[in-house]
Every structure is written in structure tokens, then in C-alpha cells.
Design a protein around this ligand. Structure first.
Ligand SMILES: *Cc1c(COP(=O)(O)O)cnc(C)c1O
Length: 223
């Protein structure tokens, strides 16, 4: 049996310098996060507001919390005071609410647009074409309290490596198109968040700058 600290160290050692590790700690107890923190991990990903609230109180203040789940409008206000990044912006409506609540607390919140490329049915996320149509300098100026840092996506949960590769390359193409197009010259637009426990090595080959790893670090989740 390896420990959480050993698993974090071995993942960190395998990542290129330019790739950030988000330790996805949803459904795991505070003690597991404390072990990861002690091993030097500072970025944690959570997907439920109530759970995040509790953990945020108990962990040191230099933790960067990333929200990665579907966010309900009425809960945005609870996390804006401390959240480092909201990776799962899946509608204009939620972007509006983040902007409003961020202004209230006097913060600018880093966000990623969630893009849907997998074959699985989901209600959440923008399509590639919606994302291209949406991201423009006028959109950015409309929401001055959010800073759109890039995009986040998930590949289909499958063993078919070609399928996964296709979806990661689709996300990478979108990211490059935006970087060379409407986001050209915007230096903070630098984040392509893709890759989870079972596919992060492939994601890195396709240009991921941020991987979100849960199970490989903390073990299976008990729901
Ligand atoms: C749960 C989750 C992860 C982590 O998944 P693992 O397979 O446990 O690594 C990554 N990203 C998102 C958006 C998630 O919801």
C-alpha cells in the first residue's frame, strides 16, 4: 500500500513543469486532504458547495480551492469570498451571477468555460461552436469581475484510447483557435484543463496545462 503523500509525489514527478496538478478531493474526508497538504499539495478540487465550505474552514488558508462541479446560481455567493478558480462555468447565466457576487466582495474570479466534447449525454457545458461564438473581447468587458483563464473538458469514460485522443485533440484545437483568435494577446488566457485519473497521461500529450486527479491520489470515492 502506498500513502497519499507517495502517490502525490509520484504523480508530481511524472508531470512536466508546465502542468498543474489539481487534487480532486470530493467525497474524501478532511484527513485525506490534510495528508495531501502535508505532502506539499496546495490545489484542491471540489464539486459540492456544502462539502467545500466545511473543508475550507478546516484547511490552511494558502490552499487554492477549485470548483469543478455543476454550480447552482443560488450557491455562488457562498464560495466567491475564497474560491481560486471556478472550472465548471457552463452557462452565461452562471457567469453573470459569478460576476455579480464577485463585485459584491470586491474580487476578480478566475474561471474556465466547461466545454462538452464527450459522447456521454450531459446537460452541462458549452459545445465547441458555442464556445467560439461566445468568447469575445466584448464578453470579457461585460463581466469585469470574472477572468476567463481558459477551458475545461472531460473525455468519454472509455478504454478506447483513440476516442479519448480524438476528444483531447478537439479541446486542444479549440484552445489554440481561441488563443490565436479572439483571445490573442490576452496573456492570462493560458489554461487548458483536461485529464483525470485514467487519462491524464494522454491529456498531457495533447497539450493539457492542468490535470484533475482524484482516484489515483485518494482511492475510490464512497458516495
Ligand atoms: C471527479 C472529477 C475528476 C476526478 O476524477 P478521477 O477519475 O477520480 O481522477 C476530475 N474532473 C472532474 C470535473 C470531476 O468531476
Amino acid at each position: 500500500m502506498t500513502t497519499i503523500a507517495q502517490r502525490i509525489e509520484s504523480i508530481q514527478a511524472s508531470l512536466p513543469q508546465s502542468v498543474k496538478l489539481v487534487a480532486v478531493s470530493k467525497f474524501h474526508p478532511v484527513e485525506a486532504l490534510q495528508d495531501a497538504y502535508a505532502a506539499g499539495q496546495r490545489i484542491f478540487g471540489e464539486s459540492r458547495v456544502q462539502e467545500l465550505q466545511v473543508k475550507q474552514e478546516l484547511l490552511p488558508k494558502d490552499v487554492e480551492w477549485h470548483f469543478i462541479g455543476h454550480l447552482q446560481t443560488n450557491k455562488v455567493k457562498y464560495i466567491v469570498p475564497y474560491i481560486s478558480m471556478i472550472q465548471s462555468v457552463d452557462s452565461i447565466h452562471i457567469l453573470q451571477e459569478i460576476n455579480k457576487q464577485a463585485q459584491r466582495v470586491g474580487r476578480v474570479i478566475d474561471c474556465l468555460l466547461e466545454v462538452h466534447v464527450a459522447q456521454e449525454e450531459t446537460k452541462y457545458g458549452f459545445s465547441v461552436s458555442e464556445c467560439v461564438a461566445l468568447l469575445s473581447p466584448s464578453l470579457l468587458s461585460e463581466y469585469p469581475f470574472v477572468r476567463i483563464r481558459g477551458i475545461m473538458g472531460m473525455a468519454t469514460y472509455t478504454d478506447d484510447q483513440e476516442q479519448i485522443a480524438l476528444e483531447f485533440s478537439c479541446l486542444k484545437n479549440l484552445f489554440d483557435t481561441l488563443c490565436k483568435g479572439s483571445m490573442e494577446g490576452i496573456t492570462y488566457f493560458d489554461t487548458l484543463s483536461m485529464g483525470m485519473s485514467h487519462d491524464y497521461q494522454l491529456a498531457i500529450k495533447y497539450g493539457s496545462t492542468m490535470v484533475r486527479i482524484g482516484t489515483t491520489i485518494f482511492g475510490e470515492r464512497v458516495y
